[in-house]
Write a protein that binds this ligand. Structure first.
Ligand code: HEM
Ligand SMILES: *[C@@H]1O[C@H](CO)[C@@H](O)[C@H](O)[C@H]1NC(C)=O
Ligand SMILES: *[C@@H]1O[C@H](CO)[C@@H](O)[C@H](O)[C@H]1NC(C)=O
Length: 266
Protein backbone atom coordinates (compact mmCIF):
# COMPACT_ATOMS: atom_id res chain seq x y z
CA UNK A 1 0.00 0.00 0.00
CA UNK A 2 2.63 2.49 1.02
CA UNK A 3 4.71 1.56 -1.97
CA UNK A 4 1.80 2.21 -4.26
CA UNK A 5 1.04 5.50 -2.61
CA UNK A 6 4.63 6.51 -2.91
CA UNK A 7 4.65 5.76 -6.55
CA UNK A 8 1.57 7.81 -7.03
CA UNK A 9 3.02 10.65 -5.06
CA UNK A 10 5.31 11.21 -7.97
CA UNK A 11 2.39 12.98 -9.49
CA UNK A 12 2.87 15.58 -6.89
CA UNK A 13 5.89 16.86 -8.42
CA UNK A 14 6.17 17.05 -11.34
CA UNK A 15 2.93 17.42 -12.47
CA UNK A 16 0.31 18.75 -10.49
CA UNK A 17 1.33 22.21 -11.11
CA UNK A 18 4.17 22.83 -13.35
CA UNK A 19 1.99 22.20 -16.20
CA UNK A 20 -0.73 24.42 -17.38
CA UNK A 21 -2.59 23.75 -14.20
CA UNK A 22 -3.99 20.90 -12.24
CA UNK A 23 -6.14 19.26 -14.88
CA UNK A 24 -4.89 15.67 -15.13
CA UNK A 25 -3.66 16.27 -18.67
CA UNK A 26 -0.63 14.24 -17.67
CA UNK A 27 -2.73 11.08 -17.44
CA UNK A 28 -3.65 11.05 -21.12
CA UNK A 29 -2.03 8.29 -23.14
CA UNK A 30 -0.50 8.98 -26.52
CA UNK A 31 -2.55 7.78 -29.48
CA UNK A 32 -2.02 7.82 -33.22
CA UNK A 33 -3.34 11.38 -33.50
CA UNK A 34 -2.60 12.73 -30.02
CA UNK A 35 0.68 13.36 -28.21
CA UNK A 36 0.26 13.66 -24.45
CA UNK A 37 2.77 14.54 -21.75
CA UNK A 38 3.93 11.13 -20.66
CA UNK A 39 6.95 11.36 -22.94
CA UNK A 40 8.06 14.81 -21.70
CA UNK A 41 11.69 14.70 -20.64
CA UNK A 42 10.90 15.00 -16.95
CA UNK A 43 8.07 12.50 -17.08
CA UNK A 44 9.26 9.65 -19.30
CA UNK A 45 10.29 6.63 -17.26
CA UNK A 46 9.67 8.67 -14.11
CA UNK A 47 5.96 8.60 -13.70
CA UNK A 48 4.76 5.44 -12.12
CA UNK A 49 1.44 4.53 -10.61
CA UNK A 50 -0.94 5.29 -13.46
CA UNK A 51 -2.55 1.91 -12.82
CA UNK A 52 -3.37 2.97 -9.24
CA UNK A 53 -5.30 5.95 -10.58
CA UNK A 54 -7.05 3.65 -13.07
CA UNK A 55 -8.16 1.31 -10.28
CA UNK A 56 -9.58 4.17 -8.21
CA UNK A 57 -11.33 5.62 -11.24
CA UNK A 58 -12.88 2.26 -12.17
CA UNK A 59 -14.33 1.86 -8.69
CA UNK A 60 -15.69 5.41 -8.64
CA UNK A 61 -17.28 5.06 -12.07
CA UNK A 62 -18.98 1.89 -10.94
CA UNK A 63 -20.50 3.58 -7.90
CA UNK A 64 -21.10 7.07 -9.18
CA UNK A 65 -20.56 7.50 -12.91
CA UNK A 66 -19.30 10.76 -14.39
CA UNK A 67 -18.94 12.68 -11.14
CA UNK A 68 -15.38 12.55 -9.80
CA UNK A 69 -12.73 13.90 -12.17
CA UNK A 70 -9.28 12.44 -12.62
CA UNK A 71 -7.82 15.74 -11.36
CA UNK A 72 -9.77 15.43 -8.13
CA UNK A 73 -8.54 11.84 -7.76
CA UNK A 74 -4.95 13.05 -8.15
CA UNK A 75 -5.46 15.82 -5.61
CA UNK A 76 -6.95 13.46 -3.02
CA UNK A 77 -4.38 10.73 -3.61
CA UNK A 78 -1.53 13.19 -3.27
CA UNK A 79 -2.83 14.45 0.08
CA UNK A 80 -3.61 10.93 1.33
CA UNK A 81 -0.16 9.67 0.27
CA UNK A 82 1.50 12.38 2.33
CA UNK A 83 -0.72 11.60 5.34
CA UNK A 84 -0.08 7.84 5.01
CA UNK A 85 3.66 8.50 5.14
CA UNK A 86 3.38 10.58 8.31
CA UNK A 87 3.08 14.06 6.84
CA UNK A 88 0.51 16.81 7.34
CA UNK A 89 -3.02 16.85 6.02
CA UNK A 90 -4.79 19.66 4.23
CA UNK A 91 -8.20 20.39 2.85
CA UNK A 92 -8.70 19.40 -0.77
CA UNK A 93 -11.35 21.45 -2.52
CA UNK A 94 -13.09 19.23 -5.05
CA UNK A 95 -14.78 20.11 -8.30
CA UNK A 96 -11.83 20.36 -10.69
CA UNK A 97 -12.50 19.11 -14.18
CA UNK A 98 -10.16 17.32 -16.56
CA UNK A 99 -8.47 18.77 -19.58
CA UNK A 100 -9.38 17.61 -23.04
CA UNK A 101 -5.91 18.53 -24.23
CA UNK A 102 -2.33 18.06 -23.12
CA UNK A 103 0.80 19.89 -24.06
CA UNK A 104 4.08 18.09 -24.46
CA UNK A 105 5.93 21.32 -25.11
CA UNK A 106 4.42 23.05 -22.05
CA UNK A 107 5.26 20.02 -19.90
CA UNK A 108 8.82 20.15 -21.18
CA UNK A 109 9.28 23.85 -20.57
CA UNK A 110 7.30 24.29 -17.32
CA UNK A 111 8.80 21.46 -15.31
CA UNK A 112 12.07 22.53 -13.74
CA UNK A 113 15.11 20.43 -14.57
CA UNK A 114 17.06 18.72 -11.77
CA UNK A 115 20.09 20.51 -13.18
CA UNK A 116 18.50 23.89 -12.34
CA UNK A 117 20.39 26.58 -10.46
CA UNK A 118 18.85 28.21 -7.40
CA UNK A 119 18.00 31.26 -9.48
CA UNK A 120 16.22 29.13 -12.08
CA UNK A 121 14.23 27.31 -9.38
CA UNK A 122 13.18 30.57 -7.76
CA UNK A 123 12.05 32.05 -11.07
CA UNK A 124 10.29 28.89 -12.20
CA UNK A 125 8.20 28.78 -9.03
CA UNK A 126 7.74 32.53 -9.08
CA UNK A 127 6.19 32.26 -12.54
CA UNK A 128 3.47 30.14 -10.89
CA UNK A 129 3.03 32.62 -8.04
CA UNK A 130 5.16 30.92 -5.38
CA UNK A 131 7.65 32.68 -3.12
CA UNK A 132 11.17 31.34 -2.61
CA UNK A 133 10.15 30.09 0.84
CA UNK A 134 7.22 28.21 -0.69
CA UNK A 135 9.58 26.72 -3.26
CA UNK A 136 11.82 25.47 -0.44
CA UNK A 137 8.83 24.02 1.42
CA UNK A 138 7.47 22.28 -1.69
CA UNK A 139 10.90 20.86 -2.49
CA UNK A 140 10.61 19.16 0.89
CA UNK A 141 8.36 16.67 -0.96
CA UNK A 142 11.67 15.03 -1.76
CA UNK A 143 11.53 13.71 1.79
CA UNK A 144 9.81 10.78 0.11
CA UNK A 145 10.57 8.78 -2.99
CA UNK A 146 13.42 7.99 -5.26
CA UNK A 147 15.23 9.19 -8.34
CA UNK A 148 16.93 7.49 -11.23
CA UNK A 149 20.68 7.40 -11.61
CA UNK A 150 20.47 9.30 -14.90
CA UNK A 151 19.12 12.42 -13.15
CA UNK A 152 21.85 12.66 -10.48
CA UNK A 153 24.89 10.99 -12.09
CA UNK A 154 26.57 14.25 -12.93
CA UNK A 155 26.41 15.28 -9.28
CA UNK A 156 28.32 12.17 -8.21
CA UNK A 157 31.17 12.57 -10.66
CA UNK A 158 31.48 16.30 -11.33
CA UNK A 159 30.34 18.26 -8.28
CA UNK A 160 32.29 19.35 -5.21
CA UNK A 161 29.49 20.24 -2.80
CA UNK A 162 28.66 16.62 -2.09
CA UNK A 163 29.39 14.65 1.07
CA UNK A 164 32.26 12.33 0.17
CA UNK A 165 31.00 9.21 1.94
CA UNK A 166 27.57 9.80 0.45
CA UNK A 167 29.07 10.16 -3.03
CA UNK A 168 31.13 7.00 -2.62
CA UNK A 169 28.16 4.86 -1.66
CA UNK A 170 26.02 6.26 -4.47
CA UNK A 171 28.70 5.70 -7.11
CA UNK A 172 28.44 1.98 -6.39
CA UNK A 173 24.78 2.05 -7.42
CA UNK A 174 25.13 4.62 -10.17
CA UNK A 175 28.21 3.95 -12.27
CA UNK A 176 29.58 6.52 -14.69
CA UNK A 177 28.25 4.38 -17.52
CA UNK A 178 25.06 2.31 -17.43
CA UNK A 179 22.51 1.72 -14.71
CA UNK A 180 20.48 4.72 -15.81
CA UNK A 181 17.28 3.45 -14.23
CA UNK A 182 18.80 2.37 -10.89
CA UNK A 183 16.89 4.15 -8.15
CA UNK A 184 18.28 5.86 -5.03
CA UNK A 185 16.29 7.50 -2.24
CA UNK A 186 15.87 11.25 -2.32
CA UNK A 187 16.64 11.44 1.40
CA UNK A 188 17.81 9.05 4.11
CA UNK A 189 14.24 8.20 5.17
CA UNK A 190 12.37 7.91 1.88
CA UNK A 191 9.22 6.32 3.27
CA UNK A 192 8.71 8.90 6.02
CA UNK A 193 7.34 12.34 5.41
CA UNK A 194 9.66 14.10 7.87
CA UNK A 195 12.25 16.92 7.76
CA UNK A 196 15.22 14.63 7.19
CA UNK A 197 15.58 15.97 3.65
CA UNK A 198 16.60 19.38 5.04
CA UNK A 199 19.08 17.90 7.49
CA UNK A 200 20.55 15.92 4.61
CA UNK A 201 21.00 19.12 2.60
CA UNK A 202 22.97 20.62 5.49
CA UNK A 203 25.25 17.54 5.40
CA UNK A 204 25.68 18.01 1.64
CA UNK A 205 23.65 14.88 1.07
CA UNK A 206 21.18 16.31 -1.42
CA UNK A 207 20.65 13.75 -4.18
CA UNK A 208 19.72 16.05 -7.05
CA UNK A 209 21.75 19.05 -8.07
CA UNK A 210 18.54 21.10 -7.65
CA UNK A 211 18.14 19.81 -4.08
CA UNK A 212 21.63 20.86 -3.01
CA UNK A 213 21.15 24.25 -4.66
CA UNK A 214 18.74 25.07 -1.81
CA UNK A 215 21.65 24.84 0.62
CA UNK A 216 24.74 25.99 -1.19
CA UNK A 217 25.47 29.32 0.42
CA UNK A 218 22.63 31.19 -1.29
CA UNK A 219 19.51 33.05 -0.23
CA UNK A 220 17.57 29.90 0.78
CA UNK A 221 20.17 28.56 3.25
CA UNK A 222 18.36 30.13 6.19
CA UNK A 223 15.00 28.58 5.28
CA UNK A 224 16.60 25.14 4.97
CA UNK A 225 18.02 25.55 8.46
CA UNK A 226 14.62 26.54 9.84
CA UNK A 227 12.94 23.46 8.37
CA UNK A 228 15.83 21.20 9.43
CA UNK A 229 15.37 22.23 13.02
CA UNK A 230 11.59 22.52 13.08
CA UNK A 231 9.48 19.80 11.53
CA UNK A 232 6.19 21.42 12.56
CA UNK A 233 7.05 24.60 10.68
CA UNK A 234 7.93 22.60 7.60
CA UNK A 235 4.71 20.59 7.79
CA UNK A 236 2.58 23.70 8.15
CA UNK A 237 4.27 25.55 5.28
CA UNK A 238 4.17 22.47 3.06
CA UNK A 239 0.45 21.94 3.60
CA UNK A 240 -0.32 25.60 2.87
CA UNK A 241 1.76 25.54 -0.29
CA UNK A 242 0.05 22.33 -1.45
CA UNK A 243 -3.36 23.95 -1.09
CA UNK A 244 -2.06 26.78 -3.22
CA UNK A 245 -0.65 24.36 -5.80
CA UNK A 246 -3.93 22.46 -5.97
CA UNK A 247 -5.72 25.67 -6.87
CA UNK A 248 -3.52 26.59 -9.83
CA UNK A 249 -5.81 27.45 -12.71
CA UNK A 250 -8.26 24.61 -12.24
CA UNK A 251 -10.83 23.83 -14.91
CA UNK A 252 -14.31 24.42 -13.47
CA UNK A 253 -17.86 25.08 -14.61
CA UNK A 254 -18.37 23.88 -18.16
CA UNK A 255 -14.66 23.94 -19.01
CA UNK A 256 -13.05 20.58 -19.62
CA UNK A 257 -14.89 17.41 -18.73
CA UNK A 258 -15.08 14.60 -16.19
CA UNK A 259 -13.21 11.85 -17.96
CA UNK A 260 -14.67 8.34 -17.81
CA UNK A 261 -11.24 6.84 -18.35
CA UNK A 262 -8.30 8.89 -17.08
CA UNK A 263 -6.16 7.78 -20.00
CA UNK A 264 -8.36 9.31 -22.69
CA UNK A 265 -10.81 12.08 -23.32
CA UNK A 266 -14.48 11.14 -23.48
C1 HEM B 1 12.15 22.13 -7.17
C2 HEM B 1 12.03 21.62 -8.37
C3 HEM B 1 11.92 20.13 -8.56
C4 HEM B 1 12.71 19.38 -9.34
C5 HEM B 1 13.87 19.88 -10.19
C6 HEM B 1 12.27 18.01 -9.18
C7 HEM B 1 12.84 16.94 -9.82
C8 HEM B 1 12.57 15.63 -9.53
C9 HEM B 1 13.23 14.50 -10.15
C10 HEM B 1 14.28 14.60 -11.25
C11 HEM B 1 12.76 13.38 -9.56
C12 HEM B 1 13.17 11.94 -9.85
C13 HEM B 1 12.31 11.36 -10.93
C14 HEM B 1 12.83 9.99 -11.31
O1 HEM B 1 14.04 9.81 -11.41
O2 HEM B 1 12.01 9.09 -11.53
C15 HEM B 1 11.78 13.78 -8.58
C16 HEM B 1 11.07 12.91 -7.78
C17 HEM B 1 10.06 13.30 -6.95
N1 HEM B 1 9.58 14.59 -6.81
FE1 HEM B 1 10.40 16.25 -7.53
N2 HEM B 1 11.22 17.95 -8.32
C18 HEM B 1 10.96 19.23 -7.91
C19 HEM B 1 9.94 19.63 -7.10
C20 HEM B 1 9.02 18.77 -6.55
C21 HEM B 1 7.81 19.18 -5.88
C22 HEM B 1 7.36 20.63 -5.74
C23 HEM B 1 7.19 18.06 -5.46
C24 HEM B 1 5.88 17.94 -4.74
C25 HEM B 1 5.30 18.90 -4.07
C26 HEM B 1 8.02 16.93 -5.84
C27 HEM B 1 7.76 15.61 -5.53
C28 HEM B 1 8.55 14.55 -5.93
C29 HEM B 1 8.36 13.18 -5.44
C30 HEM B 1 7.33 12.70 -4.42
C31 HEM B 1 9.33 12.40 -6.08
C32 HEM B 1 9.58 10.90 -5.89
C33 HEM B 1 8.83 10.11 -6.89
C34 HEM B 1 8.96 8.60 -6.75
O3 HEM B 1 9.64 8.08 -5.87
O4 HEM B 1 8.34 7.92 -7.58
N3 HEM B 1 9.11 17.40 -6.51
N4 HEM B 1 11.69 15.16 -8.60
C1 LIG C 1 -8.20 10.21 -33.13
O1 LIG C 1 -8.23 8.86 -33.53
C2 LIG C 1 -9.26 8.11 -32.95
C3 LIG C 1 -9.05 6.67 -33.37
O2 LIG C 1 -7.79 6.26 -32.96
C4 LIG C 1 -10.61 8.67 -33.38
O3 LIG C 1 -11.66 7.95 -32.77
C5 LIG C 1 -10.70 10.12 -32.98
O4 LIG C 1 -11.88 10.69 -33.49
C6 LIG C 1 -9.51 10.90 -33.52
N1 LIG C 1 -9.56 12.24 -32.96
C7 LIG C 1 -9.31 13.31 -33.70
C8 LIG C 1 -9.39 14.62 -32.95
O5 LIG C 1 -9.02 13.27 -34.88
C1 LIG D 1 28.91 13.97 5.71
O1 LIG D 1 27.90 13.14 6.26
C2 LIG D 1 28.17 12.77 7.61
C3 LIG D 1 27.09 11.81 8.02
O2 LIG D 1 25.83 12.41 7.90
C4 LIG D 1 28.21 14.01 8.49
O3 LIG D 1 28.50 13.64 9.82
C5 LIG D 1 29.25 14.97 7.97
O4 LIG D 1 29.18 16.17 8.70
C6 LIG D 1 28.98 15.26 6.50
N1 LIG D 1 30.04 16.11 5.95
C7 LIG D 1 29.82 17.34 5.54
C8 LIG D 1 30.99 18.04 4.93
O5 LIG D 1 28.74 17.90 5.64
Amino acid sequence: MIALLMQVSNFLSILLSFRIGCDASVLLDDTANFTGEKTAGANSNSLRGFNVIDTIKTQLERMCPGVVSCSDILSAVTRDSVVALGGPSWKVVFGRRDSTTASLSAANSNIPSPASSLGALISSFSSKGFTANEMVALSGAHTIGQAKCSVFRNRLYNENNINSSFATSLRAKCPSNGGNNNLSPLDASPTSFDNRYFNDLISQRGLLHSDQELFNGGSTNAQVRIYASNQATFSRDFANAMVKMGNLSPLTGSNGQVRTNCRRTN
